[in-house]
Design a protein around this ligand. Structure first.
Ligand SMILES: Nc1ncnc2c1ncn2[C@@H]1O[C@H](COP(=O)(O)OP(=O)(O)O)[C@@H](O)[C@H]1O
Ligand SMILES: [Mg+2]
Length: 252
């Protein structure tokens, strides 16, 4: 792949448990590509994601963002490059929706005027009417609305790279499906490089350009949804994606 946006080269990490959290994970993600890391709890998805924004330092191996080792990025520049959405959303409870979304722009020194314009634009983008939501506090929102604010916040400084860790995990099936559909639309419209983590097979099949299947700290396969379904790398991958999932792809 020419000029990958993100590259991991034989990344390993142990936290001292029975087996390493990551064992020689290598992958390349193209600019504008959405890679979904799929695997059960404990398979190493979150750890992989956190090596990219330096929340986890690997024991060995190398991580490159736009060709440059993450260790040699200026931390502020790396923050500007990446938006991060976590499962628990992590909105600050004492701040309004508007101030939560403006958090990174504030750190980057944007003027209040510019932050406000951007917030209104982002609320529209994630289908929350600005006049109704900008001044609400997180506790006044439903789960789905909070997730939307989390996505808006990650997009605030228009980062080319988005890291999304089970962002729809806490939602009921109907809202989850709705946000997945909106995510696909945003994905196609915004042309970001996205690493998206989930343990939900249909979600991975719906949202990924390529799926990276993880198991016990290893990346077993990195291929298009169709290839993962039709030519699974091994018996584990085959069993994981076999169940009731053809419909999820063909129906979307
Ligand atoms: N900070 C940490 N300290 C100790 N063990 C950790 C830490 N983070 C992750 N692990 C362990 O590493 C393994 C992979 O975890 P994680 O990447 O969070 O998996 P996933 O996101 O796929 O559920 C698990 O066994 C987990 O318990
Ligand atoms: Mg996780």
């Amino acid at each position: 792949m020419a000029d990958p946006a993100v590259e991991l080269r034989e990344v390993s990490k142990a936290f001292g448990g029975d087996r390493p959290a990551l064992s020689k994970v290598s992958l390349q993600i193209g600019s504008g590509e959405t890679v979904v890391l799929l695997g059960s709890s404990g398979s190493g998805k979150t750890t992989t994601l956190k090596t990219i924004n330096r929340l986890v330092t690997p024991d060995s191996g190398e991580i490159l963002v736009r060709g440059k080792s993450v260790g040699s990025w200026d931390p502020i520049d790396l923050r500007r490059q990446t938006g991060y959405v976590i499962q628990e959303v992590g909105l600050l409870p004492h701040l309004s929706v508007e101030d939560n979304i403006g958090l990174v722009p504030r750190l980057l020194g944007w003027t209040e005027q510019k932050r406000r314009e951007r917030t209104l634009e982002l609320l529209e983008l994630v289908s929350l009417a600005p006049e109704a939501f900008a001044h609400k506090r997180p506790f006044e929102l439903s789960g789905g609305q909070r997730q939307r604010v989390g996505v808006a916040r990650a997009l605030a400084a228009d980062p080319p790279l988005l890291l999304m860790d089970e962002p729809f995990g806490a939602l009921d099936p109907i809202n989850r499906r709705k946000l997945q559909d909106e995510f696909r639309e945003l994905r196609d419209r915004l042309n970001k490089t996205i690493v998206f983590v989930t343990h939900d097979v249909p979600e991975a099949l719906r949202l990924a350009h390529r799926i990276g299947v993880m198991h016990e700290g290893k990346l077993l396969q990195l291929d298009s949804p169709r290839t993962v379904l039709e030519r699974p790398a091994d018996a584990f991958v085959r069993d994981l994606v076999r169940l009731d999932t053809k419909e999820a792809v063909l129906g979307s």
